[in-house]
Design a binder for this molecule. Structure first.
Ligand code: ADP
Length: 602
């Protein structure tokens, strides 16, 4: 069988996503592989297909034992012989599983890195034909990664004790240079090929909401998106508790997840969310790695996260099935203070702190600029899009007006010049606004010539103008923990009367809570007219999943249900042509969905 046949038969997809076939071919040719692909790109298939095509057993090392059951259930549900061994297995279960592995009845085995230290387990692995070792979430090997796990460092030595070296695959969504180097060195990859997947997620719509009450936005948004699965991220436990309580008070099916709750409470919340018993989960970034739910339709950040890496990883949990997803960041300037505080109190190495502050500054830039949001993210990750605007994000969809700001820009430069590059943007804005705060009084800045000169503008507007002066090169902002602004040569010329300054400004819409469908770049037909049938199919899926004790998306993804709703397959043959319906699932579930479609049509 060829990889594409396995894809069709077991997974029900007709074509590979970008990068998948290259990774699969490389592993099958016996070469190690490091694959860096964004969340939702479809990494699992990249190692599951070779595992089915290679002789013997593939070992998958994955950091979270809480996830293994779901991952294995999903595979078994596709007729793929997989199992897991971890501390949650009873003695009897482990015995049976080892026996099945030894007898060649299992092709894929999931374990945590700690399991490699177990002598019995290692003995069994050495006695088998172990064709491939896959390290999932491979960035855990690096102290520079965000989920460092010391036990990942022992993988290399363990592999060296095997009688024959298996081919190794390492997978992650973290792309920074330091982590990349660590993954290659510390996992002992050999002659590896590196794949860096395209970071674009065309089915996701990115948006920033800069004004208005955040809680009101959330409530109206949830009202408009009843029954959809979504995650609401807060930066602190306190914020998470606040939002959660408010949602509960209003009878919304929400759970919460943060490090202050017991393991059991967290596990239960995650499970209820995965099984669609909860629509919403309100969480800190502790709710993260390994959320394997493919039908998350929206991610709302109540506060700005600390860097673009975290943001894109969290936001990327929307729309993993390829159906449309929305990623909304509710931004306020206060978020910067919170993140600064968190960095100062959690990172003690000054060099590392400076790095984190720089990353935070880029995050702020993302939130405050008028640029295309997708372009900004892709460039941040080192890509060079051939276009400037995606025409499919909040900023591209907002009206931009061009205004002559020559007078204001000169005043801004005057103010910065008088401060001699010793202060940051906030002080500049406060002076121009004419604020009467303690800091201004402390430095006697109420006597500066620019004091209050832009008093008719709001602080936000002044800030936008100052930022635009930085973007246009009239001012420069230093890196580091407390960036200061200084005048450039171009700024000095402009102050002296050269040229006109035209700045762009976004015309803020009302707090629009409708999902943006104007330009739906997803390949999936999530059409409002099809919603009733989609909902009916979703109900069938929910009941079946409940009976089988598996998460609903394991039966079929939202994308597959949308396609069924659009194509309305009336026979099993028609059903076989729907993306995501493989042979095994066709036999197992096809009939019930065909029936549901036919009875809905009548
Ligand atoms: P990642 O681990 O990279 O975040 P997953 O492996 O969980 O992503 O895959 C995300 C979703 O994409 C899953 O629902 C998966 O079934 C789907 N998927 C993967 N490959 C394809 C493909 N070639 N065509 C359509 N859907 C795919």
């Amino acid at each position: 069988m060829e990889p594409i046949d396995v894809l069709k038969q077991y997974f029900g997809y007709t074509s590979f996503r970008p990068g998948q076939d290259e990774v699969i071919t490389t592993l099958l040719s016996g070469r190690d592989c490091l694959a860096i692909m964004p969340t939702g790109a479809g990494k699992s298939i990249c190692f599951q297909i070779p595992a089915l095509l290679m002789p013997g057993v593939t070992l998958i090392i994955s950091p979270l034992i809480s996830l293994m059951k779901d991952q294995v259930d999903a595979l078994v549900n596709q007729h793929i012989p997989a199992t897991y061994i971890n501390s949650q297995c009873t003695f009897e279960e482990s015995k049976q599983r080892y026996a099945a592995i030894r007898a060649g009845r299992v092709r894929i085995v999931y374990v945590s890195p700690e399991r490699l230290q177990n002598a019995f387990f290692s003995g069994v692995m050495k006695s088998l034909r172990l064709s491939m070792v896959v390290v999932d979430e491979a960035h855990c090997v690096s102290q520079w990664g965000h989920d460092f796990r010391p036990s990942y460092c022992a993988i290399k030595d363990w592999v060296a004790t095997l009688p024959q070296r298996p081919v190794m695959g390492a997978f992650t969504a973290t792309a920074t240079e330091k982590v990349k180097k660590d993954m290659m060195d510390l996992l002992g990859l050999q002659r590896e090929r590196i794949f860096i997947g395209g970071f674009d997620r065309p089915n996701l719509y990115f948006r920033i909401v800069r004004h208005g009450d955040k809680m009101n936005f959330i409530l109206s948004y949830l009202h408009e998106h009843k029954d959809d699965s979504g995650i609401i991220y807060g930066a602190t436990r306190k914020e998470v508790d606040k939002v959660y309580m408010e949602l509960k008070r209003r009878g919304i099916r929400a759970g919460r997840y943060h490090a202050g709750l017991s393991d059991e409470t967290r596990r239960q919340a995650q499970e209820d969310f995965t099984y669609d018993k909860l629509d919403i989960i309100v969480a800190t970034n502790a709710f993260g790695m390994g959320i394997d739910k493919s039908n998350v339709r929206f991610i709302i950040h109540v506060q700005m996260p600390k860097n673009i890496e975290s943001y894109y990883q969290e936001a990327g949990r929307a729309g993993r099935d390829g159906a449309p997803g929305e990623c909304i960041l509710l931004y306020s300037r206060q978020d910067i203070m919170i993140q600064r505080f968190l960095i100062e109190n959690s990172v003690h190495d000054p060099e590392q702190q400076a790095i984190e502050m720089r990353m935070l500054n880029r995050m702020v830039e993302y939130c405050e600029g008028t640029h295309c949001l997708r372009h900004y993210i892709l460039t941040y990750f080192g890509e060079h899009p051939q276009w400037q605007r995606c025409e499919n994000c909040g900023n591209c969809d907002q009206e931009v007006v061009q205004e002559d700001r020559t007078k204001e820009a000169r005043l801004i430069c005057l103010c910065v010049d008088e401060l001699k590059g010793r202060f940051g943007m906030t002080m500049v804005c406060d002076i121009l606004k004419g604020s009467n705060n303690a800091k201004i009084r402390k430095y006697n800045f109420q006597h500066q010539s620019a004091f209050g000169m832009l008093g008719d503008f709001s602080t936000g507007e002044i800030r936008d103008m100052v930022r635009a002066c930085v973007d246009d090169g009239y001012l420069q902002q230093s890196e580091g923990q407390y960036p200061v602004v200084a005048l450039t040569a171009a700024g000095r010329d402009m102050m002296a009367g050269q040229g006109r300054v035209v700045q762009k400004r976004l015309v803020e819409e009302e707090q629009d809570v409708q999902t943006k469908k104007r330009k739906n770049h997803s390949t999936v037909a999530a059409d409002d007219a099809l919603r009733p049938l989609f909902d009916a199919l979703r109900a069938v899926r929910y009941d079946m999943a409940k009976e089988e004790h598996i998460p609903p998306f394991v039966i079929f993804s939202d994308a597959t249900l949308w396609e069924m709703a659009a194509q309305k397959p009336a026979t099993l043959d028609d059903m076989a042509n729907i993306k995501g319906v493989g042979n095994f699932k066709l036999n197992k579930y096809g009939k019930q969905f065909v029936q549901a479609i036919c009875s809905f049509e009548q």
